[in-house]
Write a protein that binds this ligand. Structure first.
Ligand SMILES: NC(=O)c1ccc[n+]([C@@H]2O[C@H](COP(=O)([O-])OP(=O)(O)OC[C@H]3O[C@@H](n4cnc5c(N)ncnc54)[C@H](O)[C@@H]3O)[C@@H](O)[C@H]2O)c1
Length: 435
């Protein structure tokens, strides 16, 4: 099939490369000339494990093309995916500006009957707006379809290639047939393709992110209570996660959720509810609990070093909002950095993937270290914000030797409390006894 993906970010690039891998001809189009120039030379704008070989192989095999010529991409497509950003507007609702811009171009340049797929996360009811925008200029029939994406940054290729399920909202037999065919190679093991109406598909994406964010905020609050009650959240997590009604995933407490999806999608869902007179009180609480959680590392740092952080030097391990990505959108590290700089401390940070983004975002407000150990030199404390593999088993003797004093604040509960105690490290984590 001739497929075009408009918007070549975290989602569009993965979708395009994976569809090309199954034999389709895919054009990935974006308005960002630099991004497209880089991609043509197999230089990826994002860090995503396993993506580079896919891009390189499929470009070489002439199944995957990158272009800024949106007109050509639309004209040649039988199926077009809209995968542009939907950032939060001022009132928290998802801003459809980019989606509607693309819809308008689709109407203008379509050259045959086609399926138009919204991959971007869009509020319930957006399909009608997209449809109207296309219809203003369309000269051929088109079939709108909502196909929300559930990939996780850091595992995106694996998630797309082997999804737990595929959700497809369709309103025509034509779109149902084309989309089922497109996804057949990815669900050969029997994972379900859930066909439904478009509004339900749009809602499914928000409900999924709302539920996951709720689990995180819930566990963060339980961990905070564990801190005060002398309980250990590690035991509690396993104790509740073993219940098959609850399950183990998404129960790890931490410094608050970040990234490009949970914060904006929870906001958008709350907004959707408010607009329809349906207060989503659980999700409003999830959001405020998360905002509070993003300050937890600073509070723990103050308990370790004293209230006055003026002149303190902090080593920071991890800038990305989670391991496996270079994405720093809404990253808890940014909230932490702002707070400690405001308090008069300085920061020297390391991240295996996000340093380039961080340099652009933070310029010279903090220092950057080439290695995680280098960040420790002269520091009064180490604060671990992201759960990268390489931070899990460091040489603790070296850590202790290099820090000015042996203080670790661990926002991801990576280290064993007893081990830290035995090493003589003053250790603070989330919802577990301190050492
Ligand atoms: N990142 C994720 O993990 C994830 C997961 C599931 C769903 N989503 C959703 O997918 C959508 C895209 O997210 P993302 O993280 O890939 O965003 P992104 O910001 O990484 O990429 C968006 C891309 O769209 C391009 N773009 C913007 N306007 C354009 C236009 N008019 N024409 C062509 N290109 C245009 C931008 O240049 C950018 O490259 C969002 O709605 C998001 O909520 C994201």
């Amino acid at each position: 099939m001739q497929i075009s993906v408009i918007g070549t970010g975290y989602v569009g690039l993965v979708v395009g490369a994976c569809l090309a891998e199954t034999g389709h001809t895919v054009r990935c189009a974006d308005i960002d000339q630099r991004k497209i120039d880089g991609l043509k030379s197999n230089i990826l704008p994002i860090y995503e494990p396993g993506l580079e070989p896919l891009v390189e192989r499929n470009q070489k095999e002439k199944r995957l093309f990158f272009t800024t010529d949106l007109r050509d991409a639309i004209e040649s497509a039988e199926v077009v995916f809209i995968a542009v950003g939907t950032p939060p507007g001022e009132d928290g609702s998802a801003d459809l500006k980019y989606v509607l811009q693309v819809a308008s171009l689709i109407g203008k340049h379509m050259s045959r009957e086609m399926v138009v797929v919204t991959k971007s996360t869009v509020p319930v009811g957006s399909a009608a707006k997209v449809s109207q925008e296309i219809a203003k200029q369309a000269k051929f029939p088109f079939h709108l379809c909502s196909n929300p994406e559930f990939l996780k940054e850091g595992d995106a290729v694996e998630d797309f290639m082997r999804p737990d399920r595929v959700v497809i909202g369709v309103e025509s037999e034509y779109a149902r047939r084309v989309m089922s065919e497109l996804y057949a190679p990815f669900v050969r093991t029997g994972k379900p393709v859930l066909l439904m109406d478009i509004s339900s598909a749009e809602m499914t994406k928000y409900a999924a992110n709302g539920m996951l964010a709720t689990r995180i905020s819930f566990m963060n609050e339980v961990a905070n209570l564990c801190d005060k009650m002398g309980a250990n959240v590690d035991f509690v997590r396993r104790g509740i996660g073993s219940d098959s009604r609850i399950g183990q995933s998404f129960l790890f407490p931490g410094p608050g959720y970040g990234g490009s999806c949970f914060p904006k999608d929870v906001k958008a869902l709350v907004r959707m509810g408010a607009e329809r007179g349906v207060p989503l009180e659980v999700l409003s609480a999830v959001e405020s609990a998360n905002e509070r959680q993003k300050t937890v590392l600073v509070s723990k740092l103050r308990s370790a070093l004293g209230d006055n952080l003026t002149g303190k030097r902090i080593a920071l391990w991890g800038l990305a909002f989670k391991a496996g990505t270079d994405d720093m959108r809404e990253a808890p590290a940014l909230t932490f950095i702002d707070a400690v700089l405001d308090a008069g401390a300085s920061v020297c940070a390391h991240d295996p993937a996000a340093m380039d983004h961080a340099r652009t975002l933070l310029s010279n407000r903090i220092e950057f270290a080439e290695t995680n150990y280098e960040a420790l030199t002269g520091a009064d404390a180490l604060v671990v914000v992201t759960d990268w593999m390489e931070y899990r088993y460091p040489d603790f003797e070296r850590v202790k030797r290099t820090l000015k004093q042996p203080v670790i604040v661990d926002g991801r509960n990576l280290y064993d409390v007893e081990k830290m105690r035995a090493l003589g490290v003053r250790y603070h984590s989330i919802g577990r006894p301190s050492a």
